[in-house]
Structures are given as structure tokens and as C-alpha cells.
Design a binder for this molecule. Structure first.
Ligand code: COA
Length: 255
């Protein structure tokens, strides 16, 4: 289904306008919470990326990132990755990320970061298992409570994904589908019901309780120097973050 889709860096204002439209469609944000056309147009001019996936004239996915620096090192913050609903689960999200990685390396970047909701089982699996990102930082209520129904009106707690583009972990995972082995130290669980609980105002409190419990566990684990390195499923289909010590020394001192 996605074989005829072409990926390219966007340069024209109409391409950026299509990204704003797809952003609205995917997240359902109110207009005043959308990343505006002006920022999409600006990003590639200042070292960021707007990568579009096109089926003919139709934009069916995009990846958007902006440059950042930490302790004198430059990196990319990938703010959004979107695939039109009917094109999901066919490998297009991964293709966009791999294109993003190649483009970043070509421009001298070693790190792409992004944040993700650790209650989202699919995204957690995609980031840790399919891309080889790892997480060792946790931001509490990063954006405040937003208008996106995807976020279930809960505090926007986020894990920070670090994608060390040239690390042994990422290279091994992309080459063999398996990251290097490590000693498991802890597990943090996400019940399979969380998306259903989040979507319904009468059960949302249960999702909020899981978020609070997991928030404490992540903060405790990260204070001990652990990182989320794998993501598995339990017997009911729930998500399981598997934590251990990351044995590579890539870091821009990330606190
Ligand atoms: C996140 C997103 C970009 C992924 O795009 P995609 O084209 O579906 O991604 P891919 O098909 O490359 O990979 C998705 C993987 O998740 C798997 N998956 C799908 N549903 C899943 C679920 N409920 N639990 C676990 N894994 C799941 C797919 O099987 C696939 O893995 P595989 O390659 O091993 O089969 C897309 O789902 C999206 O636009 N979501 C809404 C916006 C969003 O949340 N963006 C990310 C945060 S900024």
C-alpha cells in the first residue's frame, strides 16, 4: 500500500500548508494549538527538517524537527511524526524516521530527540523496539492539558526519546532488528485498557492513576541511572517497559 509513496524534504509553502492540514487532521488540536505555517516554513531554513510522504499530490505523512543545542552540541528535536490514519501500520512511520535519520547524519547531527506519551503502547513499542531510541528522562505535564482528544485531557507527561543515530544500539537494531543484550533491572507496566480508559470521561480517572503510579516509577528508576531499553507485551496485551543500564557513553549531559 505504501510502496508508491515518495519521501522528500519539503521546500515550498504549499507543502508546508499541507503539513499544517495533516497535523490538524491527526491530532485534532484547536487552531491556536497548531504549529503554524510560519514555523514549518522556517524550520528547514535554520537546520530543522520538514519531510513529507507524498502519494501523488497528496500528503499522507510528515516528520517535523527543529534544531536544539545542549552543552555546546547541536541536536534535532523531532516535534511531530504523523501518518494519515488509513496509511498506518504499513511501515510508513518507520520509513519517515529512517529518512529523517539519514538526512540528520548528512547534516552532521548525532542525536535526534523527541518526547512521547508513555501511556501510548504503540508509540512506545515503535520508538524503543522499531527505531532503537532509549529513554532516561521524564517531563511532567510538558504542554499542560491540551485540546487534543488523543491525549485524553490528562497531564501531558512525556518520556524523552534519545535516538543516538550512530550508536551501537541503533545500528544493531536497524541491521538485525535486535538491540544489544543488557541486564534487566526493572519493569514498568501499562495496562492494555489505558487507551479505552483515557477516551471515556467516566473511566479517565483510572488512566490518570496509572499515569501517576508510572510517573513515580520512571522518576525513581532514572534517578538510579536506569534507562528504558526495550518494550514488550504482557499476556493480556499490556505494555512493559524493560529498564537496564545503557552501556554506551553518548551523552550531552541531558538533565
Ligand atoms: C506514530 C505513527 C506516526 C506511526 O506511523 P505508522 O506508519 O503506523 O508506523 P509503522 O507502520 O512504521 O510502525 C508502527 C508499528 O507499531 C505496530 N503497532 C500498531 N498498533 C500497535 C499497538 N496497538 N501496540 C503495539 N504496536 C502496534 C505496528 O505493527 C508497527 O510495527 P511492525 O513494523 O513491527 O509491524 C502513527 O501511528 C501516527 O500518526 N499516530 C498519531 C500521531 C502520533 O502519535 N505521532 C507520534 C507522536 S509525535
Amino acid at each position: 500500500m505504501t510502496a508508491g509513496i515518495q519521501l522528500r524534504n519539503c521546500t515550498e509553502v504549499e507543502e508546508f500548508r499541507a503539513c499544517v492540514g495533516l497535523q490538524k487532521e491527526v491530532w485534532g488540536f484547536a487552531d491556536n494549538e497548531l504549529v503554524p505555517l510560519r514555523i514549518f516554513s522556517l524550520a528547514p531554513k535554520i537546520g530543522g527538517q520538514v519531510i513529507g510522504a507524498w502519494e501523488g499530490e497528496t500528503l499522507v505523512g510528515f516528520a517535523f524537527s527543529i534544531p536544539g543545542t545542549r552543552n555546546g552540541h547541536m541536536y534535532l528535536h523531532s516535534h511531530m511524526l504523523a501518518v494519515k490514519a488509513e496509511y498506518r501500520n504499513s511501515g510508513l512511520g518507520r520509513r519517515l524516521k529512517l529518512f529523517q535519520r539519514e538526512d540528520a547524519i548528512a547534516h552532521g547531527y548525532e542525536l535526534i530527540e523527541w518526547t512521547f506519551d508513555p501511556l501510548e503502547i504503540k508509540n512506545s513499542y515503535f520508538n524503543l523496539e522499531r527505531l532503537g531510541a532509549m529513554a532516561r528522562r521524564y517531563n511532567i505535564n510538558q504542554y499542560g492539558i491540551t485540546s487534543s482528544p488523543l491525549q485524553g485531557f490528562l497531564p501531558t507527561d512525556r518520556l524523552v526519546a534519545e535516538w543516538w543515530l550512530k550508536s551501537k544500539r541503533v545500528k544493531a537494531l536497524l541491521a538485525n532488528q535486535v538491540p544489544p543484550a543488557f541486564e534487566e533491572k526493572m519493569r514498568i507496566r501499562v495496562p492494555v485498557e489505558v487507551p479505552t480508559w483515557k477516551a471515556d470521561p467516566t473511566t479517565r480517572q483510572k488512566a490518570a492513576e496509572v499515569q501517576l503510579r508510572n510517573r513515580e516509577q520512571f522518576l525513581k528508576a532514572f534517578a538510579m541511572g536506569l534507562a528504558c531499553l526495550r518494550f514488550g507485551r504482557d499476556e493480556n496485551g499490556g505494555g512493559v517497559f524493560v529498564l537496564g543500564c545503557w552501556d554506551e557513553d553518548w551523552s550531552y549531559a541531558s538533565k
